[in-house]
Design a binder for this molecule. Structure first.
Ligand code: UD2
Length: 367
């Protein structure tokens, strides 16, 4: 009898213990369950979307079955870098927007810190450039200088859209970097190339790039890199201040589209900054949404017999007024050989070339 009771008790006790262990396990912080590296905070995969970056990051040191939030700023231990200061920094320029996004200038970030955060993520970066008609002449300079300065040591694919496949030069590329050539038709008007970029990019992101990249940049081809254009430029949506309007220009003087008939219209008294359409980038899906938006809005305009003053740049500015960029890049991220360098531009990272518009464009003409 005694033996029977104790056996029943033992079974009940074991069951209770098991339940208790189960409860403790369930309520244990998720990072303790998955990862022994106490330097890392591993996000709770229960509220995390499964994205390609999170898949890449899973394969890093830590959890095999966890996932990571895109945009997290994880840093490996044992990196040495200068202590950041709350008192010292750039005082000649504003380095934060009024929606609290970083405004990136030389001196506002430590490349050692930035690289140690982003390089282990090993994101795939797509760069979409168009070289239609005579613009193929700019490919060599852009690509060669990109290999020296653009997200060096990152996986980069340059998607070159061109009507002259045979004019895409052979370039020595770094490890993990490639060129993918996409054929597009020639155009009679430069405006059609500029706007056509939105149409072709929308279709190609949808059909091809989506499976091959985590971040995407849209860039003008007639530019050359001169300095580091690194991971400090990466964010969900990064837009570059147009060099011509970044200081001392009242927003009512920005070259926004002003005609109410256009979808891109921005009224007086509105607007934050004037962004260039020559360099913009972000997470692939956010960029897809924006590129498609520019395409669709310009199509609506075309049906209404209107073309926005600065084509896709006008639609881009309209979108970014209501969907604020998560990083604003200073004009270091697109300067121009037309202008001399003012003191607040400490580094020219990429610069638009001087070109003979009448000679290089199919229908000639300046802006
Ligand atoms: C400005 C913007 C540009 C766009 C355009 C809209 C700057 C630095 N750039 O450029 O982003 O918003 O205005 O009007 O502010 N292209 C060709 N073949 C052509 C014509 C253009 O491939 O025949 C491509 C090429 O990649 C070029 C880009 O379109 O870099 C922009 O054209 P652009 O350089 O002629 O226009 P631009 O300098 O006025």
């Amino acid at each position: 009898m005694f033996r029977q009771v104790s056996k029943t008790h033992a079974v009940a006790l074991a069951a209770a213990l098991l339940i208790l262990l189960g409860v403790i396990y369930f309520y244990l912080p998720y990072d303790i369950r998955l990862c022994n590296d106490s330097n890392r905070a591993v996000p709770d995969s229960r509220d995390v979307e499964d994205t390609s970056i999170s898949k890449i990051m899973e394969s890093r040191n830590c959890p095999k079955n966890g996932s990571w939030k895109v945009g997290e700023l994880l840093m490996p231990s044992k990196i040495t870098y200068e202590q950041p200061s709350t008192q010292q920094g750039r005082t000649d320029v504003n380095s934060v927007t009024n929606w609290n996004a970083p405004l990136v200038w030389e001196g506002t970030f430590d490349p050692v810190v930035i690289d140690s955060i982003y390089k282990p993520m090993d994101p795939r970066i797509a760069v979409v450039v168009f070289a239609v008609g005579k613009y193929t002449r700019f490919l060599k300079g852009f690509l060669e200088s990109g290999e020296k300065h653009f997200l060096v040591d990152f996986r980069v694919t340059y998607f070159v859209f061109t009507d002259h496949k045979d004019e895409v030069p052979e370039i020595a590329l770094g490890k993990g970097r490639k060129i993918s050539v996409i054929t597009v038709p020639s155009a009679k008007r430069w405006q059609d190339v500029v706007l056509g970029r939105m149409k072709w990019a929308t279709a190609t992101i949808d059909q091809q790039i989506r499976g091959e990249a985590d971040y995407l940049f849209m860039m003008d081809i007639d530019s050359v890199f001169h300095g580091r254009f690194g991971a400090e430029s990466l964010s969900r949506m990064s837009a570059v201040l147009h060099r011509g309007y970044y200081k001392n220009t009242h927003r009512d003087k920005f070259p926004y589209e002003r005609r109410p008939q256009s979808q891109a219209c921005i009224g007086a008294g509105q607007g934050d900054y004037y962004y260039t359409a020559a360099v913009w980038g972000g997470y692939l899906e956010d960029m897809y949404k924006l590129v498609r938006y520019c395409y669709e809005q310009s199509e609506i305009d075309a049906k209404n017999n209107i073309e926005a003053a600065w084509q896709e740049e006008s639609h881009l500015n309209k979108y970014l007024l209501y969907n604020k960029p998560t990083k604003v890049l200073s004009p270091e991220y697109l300067w121009s050989d037309y202008d001399s360098k003012p003191d607040d531009i400490r580094v020219i990272r990429i610069s638009q070339l001087v070109k003979n518009y009448a000679e290089v464009r199919p229908n000639g003409g300046h802006d």
